[in-house]
Design a protein around this ligand. Structure first.
Ligand code: SF4
Ligand code: SF4
Length: 446
């Protein structure tokens, strides 16, 4: 694609990067076929190619974002299916990230939208605040039942509905600590304990620590590490502060007792941490450490594949529908490792039809775009039900909650708490691997 950026525009490194990305696009349109919003809405402007044109026009003409452009960029899930499909290697992720920052800098959203985004950006990355907010949401839900639905903004209604019935107790695993390897130590790794996941499903980090230590890893929860910044980043806001804290925390460990890997068990976070090197590419102080951190980052399924799963200690055999989170399959191109591990653990693994399509969770998307997210969730649930699985496994907390709620809403399952009350439980892959190799049965299967 031909571009017409001026030399002055190209002096800005972000614009220069976007110009390079735009030039790689040959507007063939292959990406439209796998774009969930295009598949659902059928509007070219809700396809990757359409959005690329909108972004090009906005950036090239140095113009503030307008409502129409914002609408179509906001509808993008950042699922990155378009990147998997694109034959020209267009880095849509970096392009849309730049567009979102431009929108935040030049567009004033209506106040309910601004308030919602400010709330999400402030609360989700802070586990203490998030836990409090979830407890408050239960009260909010009761109060809103006394108010006519039409008077409650749709986004607020969705937010309250998404909050789980029960907030799990805080886990001590998330505090800074070193967990010794069982037997001979083969790796020393840092675990990102994250933010929202540790509140919604603390059992995932607990299972990860058990699994890794059982397989000879010394696991460090590094002091100073925390939210990876992905949620903030996808809201178009500056996430460098979160990333910097993590880079510094892990660099201290690398320079101290050493780290073979940084392990991530929420694939949305993994995609972002693997991109720290790019985020800090022009930072004179942190470019090197950020690159090193990104290079050492592994999804838990990648690391477990390197280590090799121990022989299972119990009969499993359940039929598991494996949901491949977009951030894992498109963002990190990790597709086979989780399924192989589940099979090695004794499960019968089945693929979900239309597995390339997002479930609609996508970070904060299901809260900001509830209508499209709901359609994608229904589609995902219908595809899962076709496979008649005993349970569903996924490697990302957002997908786990979204699908669990979809299964509950489908009416074919009993109501209950998120991820644990449905007759088709939805669990993290790690919980199944831990159970098969000696850990406790995941609560959702009890
Ligand atoms: S598939 Fe790639 S090159 Fe073709 S239109 Fe989409 S982004 Fe552009
Ligand atoms: S990231 Fe996903 S939703 Fe956005 S344009 Fe690409 S395929 Fe479509």
């Amino acid at each position: 694609m031909q571009t017409n950026f001026s030399p002055a525009q190209l002096a800005d490194p972000d614009t220069a990067e976007s110009a390079k990305i735009l030039r790689a696009c040959v507007h063939c349109g292959f990406c439209t076929a796998t774009c969930p919003t295009y598949v659902e809405l059928g509007d070219e402007l809700d396809s990757p190619r359409g959005r690329i044109y909108l972004i090009k026009d906005m950036l090239e003409n140095d113009r503030p974002a307008d409502a129409e452009t914002v609408k179509h960029i906001d509808r993008c899930l950042s699922c990155l299916a378009c990147m998997t499909t694109c034959p020209s290697g267009v880095n849509y992720m970096h392009l849309v990230d730049h567009a979102r920052h431009h929108i935040e800098a030049t567009y004033r959203r209506p106040w309910p939208d601004r308030a919602m985004r400010a709330l999400l950006g402030a609360v989700l990355p802070r586990p203490g605040l998030f836990r409090l907010a979830l407890r408050g949401a239960r009260l909010g839900r009761m109060l809103t039942r006394t108010v006519p639905a039409a008077l409650i903004p749709a986004q607020l209604r969705t937010l309250l509905e998404l909050a789980p019935e029960r907030v799990p107790a805080r886990s001590r695993v998330d505090e800074p600590k070193v967990y010794r390897a069982q037997g001979r130590r083969v790796r020393r790794v840092a675990l990102l304990t994250g933010c929202a996941q540790q509140v919604l499903a603390p059992a995932v980090n607990e299972a990860t620590v058990r699994l890794l230590t059982r397989h000879g890893c010394e696991v460090v929860v590094a002091r100073g590490s925390g939210c990876c910044g992905a949620l903030t980043h996808h809201l178009g806001r500056d996430a460098h502060g979160y990333a910097r804290d993590n880079i510094l925390a892990w660099t201290r460990e690398i320079n101290g007792r050493g780290l073979d890997a940084i392990v991530i068990n929420a694939s949305g976070c993994g995609t972002t941490v693997k991109d720290y090197g790019f985020m800090f590419r022009d930072d004179p102080e942190l470019a090197g450490p950020a690159r090193l951190v990104s290079e050492r980052t592994r999804d838990i399924s990648e690391l477990m594949s390197e280590l090799g799963l121990r022989t299972p200690v119990r009969e499993t055999g359940q039929r598991v529908a494996y949901h491949s989170a977009c951030s894992l399959q498109h963002g990190q191109r990790v597709t086979k490792a989780p399924k192989r591990l589940l099979a090695a653990a004794g499960f019968s693994v089945v693929d979900i039809p239309e597995g390339h399509l997002c479930c609609g969770s996508a970070g904060t998307y299901n809260m900001l775009q509830p209508e499209i997210a709901g359609r994608l969730r229904e589609r995902k649930v219908a595809n899962i039900e076709k496979m008649a699985p005993d349970l569903v496994a996924a490697g990302n907390i957002g997908c786990i909650n979204q699908i669990a709620q979809g299964l509950q809403a489908s009416g074919k399952v009993a109501p209950g708490s998120v991820a644990s009350g449905s007759r088709v439980p939805v669990v993290h892959t790690v919980e199944l691997l831990d159970w098969a190799t000696g850990g406790p049965k995941p609560a959702a299967l009890a």
